[in-house]
Design a protein around this ligand. Sequence first.
Ligand code: UT7
Length: 332
Amino acid sequence: MNRITAAITAVGGYVPEFVLTNKILETMVDTNDEWITSRTGIKERRVLKDKTKGTSYLAIMAAKDLIEKSNLDPAEIDLVIVTSVSFDMPVAATAVFVATQIGAVNAFAYDLQAACSGFLFAMSTADAYIKSGKYKKILVIGADKMSSIIDYTDRATCIIFGDGAGAVLFEANEEGLGIQDEILKSDGIGRDYLKIDAGGSLLPASIETVENRQHFVYQDGKTVFKYAVVGMADVSEKIMQKNNLTNDDVDWLIAHQANKRIIDATASRMNLDPDKVLINIQNYGNTTAATLPLLLFDFEKKFKKGDTLIFAAFGGGFTWGSIYLKWAYDSK
Ligand code: UT7
């Protein structure tokens, strides 16, 4: 029997309607379009305005898009993983609610948190389950309602983040396509540089934590930038070397959309032509766990069966890594 690999067989996505442009942000904080564009590459981001809806709404919409497009019977899904940093609630897992809402009645479900690298780590989890033969269809959803945890008076963070979700289905493949290799990393040194201080067991919610705005994302951008530039480029170069891939062999770079300058640095270390580097940061900003699947959603039509994709991400924690995947189908 051929070796079993875990391949992506369907993609879905969703971004909310409201467009928060750099021009609008200029009226909210002391910033300007020129600064945001030149420092980050971001022009606009999406925001889920409906206060009654959480991250699960974005995840459900992305999953439903996938199910509709691929004619998937949700009852066949074995496992649903939602990765995010803005889950609906601290205790009841968002993935469980999402699985029920999309009709994945035979699946079990759980949340996975690894900040901006969450989607990579969830891909690795799906890969291990499928390779082992334990489960056959795994839905991985990256979703974040960043607007629910962003302080719109803090210009250092509010210009960066946006809301969105992307979903992919992993299935067993016997043609050698799908996930080929991974390099995943973490280092607790990052905990102080990108975090939400309050609301966890270390600093539970109180009047003081609310007054001190400690339930919002704090980022020391300069420090995170330095680590991200080195970390993402390192693992992307290493995964190529480890698998004897030249720049000609790589068809697409699927890089976490945190800052256009970090993506450019990674592409340059890999010596990639710019047309192989997929970018949608200008439209969505940093959607945290959703950036990688939203790239697949936006550019799915470009991919051909057998194409070599290198995924790369860097995020809070710190967490980072790279995955080498062979695309498994020609998009219609
Ligand atoms: O996705 C998870 C991982 N996250 C990342 O990878 C993000 C990594 N970090 C970054 O992308 C960048 O550090 C930022 C985009 C967050 C900031 O860019 P930067 O080039 O590192 O700017 P900076 O923080 O060094 O600030 C430069 C200047 C400062 O002014 P002075 O001190 O030079 O006078 C800031 O006060 O720009 C000022 N500044 C702004 N000006 C206009 C900071 N934010 C803004 C703003 N608009 N929004």
